[in-house]
Design a binder for this molecule. Structure first.
Ligand code: PRX
Length: 655
């Protein structure tokens, strides 16, 4: 790690914005001054400018019962109205909202007027199915326009969506449905992935199957979009086809205003325990910071830009920078169903050329994958429309940053490396194109209106040139409002560590360079970052021990050239199982098992069958040592182990 950091800090290349870019940039340096002078006033002004408030707010921030914040609490708005109707009313109904591209090559253009109409019809359908404000609706869909329409229709009637990534298993879906108490699931028969239809409805059926455990199912209906045309089973009375009910519903629907703190969505993310936490976001503050950051960080000119964020709606990036912010800002965006490699590796560049994408937002893991394939592939396409490139999800190494700028951005586009989390709701740290001189590898500075620090264990500012823990020192509009159903876990996870100072603990290590710019160094807890996706070691360990062969398991995130980190598991088998079956083929079986239990993204890269695990005298597994083994390094200090010989045994078994 330390050689990596030294390498990073030796990065001296700097890229100032061009005069031409700066001259027409949305964001100017004054934003920092305004926010500095009056932080709350700054956010209030942004909110009034960027959003339509049906009932204007008079209060900005209520922080009287920390860590539970309220922003703009006495104001009322409708999130979907802000994303749709108001653009139509302003005469922009013919503007394209979604340039949708299906993986097999089919495509659809959806204007703001059309999307508004679809959402109104769906809102009527939802109400007809008994969904009311505050009810939870699970969304388990591929990247199709109906996914966006579903989120907005749920928001429109003041209900709460819980989008579950289509790559998650039936079990993962079930636990999320149960935790949120969802009344309705919106899904599709299937969606396209890598040239095949990947079924979704069967996973919903499995998730909703009676398991004879006496659990009362909360789901009353399943609304199914036809996309994959794969055969699906049907439960009469429960299941409804979208194409039967949505077109038949009325397109008249008046959006009712809800209080700013009305819950908007729950999104499950991995923490340090085995149980994913339902991060809760609300309406007015969330939409304010989403719209502000999208406009300023990406230099959005909604009349002329074609924006594309490649994230799936199952992740926070897809919520904020695919569903809500672009639509709140009246942008035209590309929505793409498939993976970057299908039917051939240059598919994304083809999409950029086809639609004239000007702003492109993706993850370092994708960029590193493209680097491996070679520059010839993007160079076959005309990418000259691009003018801003964004990165999110994990640290971007300077080499990938430079490649992104040179090969994709023709050596002229600003790059914004944006740091944020499911919990922060929107971007917190980023350069502003047109203002900031960028540094490859550093996310750089807190956005205007955001207060951050890097501190040591005792909450002391570390000073320039030093590393520590990243904290947020003041509440921000799009902050999480809690963990669904678990206020104690919310307090414990994010606020207890620096309770005296009232700092939010992000879980990331960071370093300040000599200029005070921030360099993110990865998680400091047992959360892994695989291809920009968050997974917990505990979650995978509990999946592994649920297999009949496993006695004990330890999982670590080992650094990986393409995916950032990779899941590596060390497993002790049960004697009884070994006697009957032997260990042959078991590593493969366990990899497949984890994939079935959680989803393919959690599949371990390596499973090592070992005889013992390194434990301290108090029985805690020393993951640090296992990480050394997984990364092929010499094993570090073992003196605190109960049995110091164990590591050489494990190393030998792994080899
Ligand atoms: O470790 C940080 C990393 O991703 C974590 C948040 O993951 P998630 O909630 O899934 O949200 C990802 C997309 C916003 C953070 O705690 N992370 C995110 N962006 C960056 C990053 N690490 C370094 N640089 C980034 N730009």
């Amino acid at each position: 790690m330390s050689s990596q950091i030294d390498h990073l800090l030796n990065e001296t290349r700097r890229f100032a914005p061009s005069e031409e870019f700066a001259a027409s940039a949305v964001a100017t340096a004054e934003l920092y001054e305004q926010a500095e002078a009056d932080r709350e006033g700054f956010w209030a002004e942004q909110s009034r400018t960027l959003l339509h408030w049906e009932k204007p707010f008079t209060e900005v921030l209520d922080w009287s019962t920390p860590p539970f914040a309220k922003w703009f609490a006495d104001g009322e708005l409708n999130v979907a109205y802000n994303c749709l109707d108001r653009h139509v009313e302003a005469g922009n109904g013919d503007r394209v909202a979604l340039l949708w591209e299906g993986e097999p090559g089919d495509s659809r253009r959806v204007t703001y007027a059309e999307l508004t109409e679809e959402v109104k019809r769906l809102a009527n359908v939802l109400t007809g199915l008994g969904i009311e404000a505050g009810d939870r609706v699970a969304v388990y869909l591929p990247m199709i326009p109906e996914a966006i329409a579903s989120m907005l229709a749920v928001a429109r009637i003041g209900a709460i969506h819980s989008v579950v990534f289509g790559g998650f298993s039936a079990d993962s879906l079930r636990s999320r449905i149960d935790d949120a108490g969802a009344k309705l699931v919106i899904t599709a028969d299937g969606g396209y992935r890598k040239g095949k239809v990947s079924p979704l409805k069967p996973a919903v059926d499995q998730a909703l199957a009676d398991r004879g455990d006496g659990e009362q199912l909360t789901v009353e209906h399943v609304l199914v979009v036809r996309r994959g045309e794969n055969e699906v089973a049907w439960t009469e009375g429960r299941d409804l086809w979208w194409h039967d009910v949505v077109p038949a519903a009325s397109a008249e629907h008046t959006a009712q205003a809800f209080p700013a703190e009305n819950p908007l969505f729950i999104l499950y993310t991995s923490g340090t325990t085995g149980k994913p936490k339902g991060i809760l976001h609300t309406s007015g503050g969330y939409l304010t910071q989403a719209a502000f950051t999208h406009r300023n960080v990406f230099d959005l000119h909604p009349e002329s830009d074609v924006y594309w964020c490649t994230a799936d709606i199952g992740w926070i990036t897809g919520h904020t920078y695919v569903a809500y912010a672009p639509l709140a800002n009246g942008a035209t965006q590309v929505l793409y169903e498939g993976t970057p490699e299908f039917p051939q590796p240059g598919r994304w560049w083809e999409v950029i050329e086809k639609y004239g994408v000007t702003i492109f937002y993706t993850a370092p893991t994708a960029i590193r994958g493209f680097m491996k394939q070679g520059r010839q592939i993007p160079q076959r396409r005309d990418l000259s429309s691009l003018r801003v490139l964004g990165s999110v999800g994990e640290p971007i190494n300077p080499e990938a940053w430079i490649w992104y700028r040179e090969i994709i951005g023709a050596g002229r586009t600003p790059i914004v490396d944006t740091w944020w989390q499911t919990e922060t709701g929107a971007i917190m740290v980023s350069a502003l194109p047109g203002v900031t001189e960028t540094k490859p590898g550093s996310a750089q500075v807190a956005l205007p209106g955001i207060s951050l620090d890097v501190v040591d264990e005792k909450a002391r500012h570390v000073g320039h040139g030093n590393g520590g823990l990243l904290v947020v020192t003041e509440p921000w509009p799009s902050m999480l409002r809690g963990i669904w159903g678990d206020p104690e876990r919310y307090r414990e996870t994010y606020w207890d560590r620096f309770a005296d100072q009232g700092h939010y603990f992000a879980g990331d290590g960071a370093r300040l360079d000599e200029d005070g710019d921030i360099w993110l160094l990865g998680r400091v807890d047992d959360v892994m970052n695989i291809s920009g996706h968050r997974l917990s070691t505990a979650e995978i360990e509990s999946a592994l021990v649920a297999h009949e062969a496993t006695a004990e398991a330890a999982v670590v995130g080992a650094s990986d050239e393409t995916t950032g980190q990779a899941v590596v598991a060390f497993v002790i088998l049960k004697e009884s199982y070994l006697k009957l079956h032997g260990p042959d083929g078991l590593a493969q079986q366990l990899r497949a098992w984890v994939s079935e239990q959680i989803g393919p993204i959690a599949r371990p890269r390596d499973v090592y069958i070992v005889g013992e695990l390194p434990k301290t005298r108090s029985g805690k597994i020393m993951r640090r040592l296992l990480r050394d083994v997984a990364e092929g390094r010499e094993v570090g200090d073992t003196t605190t182990l109960a049995d110091t010989a164990v590591m050489s045994v494990i190393s030998a078994q792994v080899r």
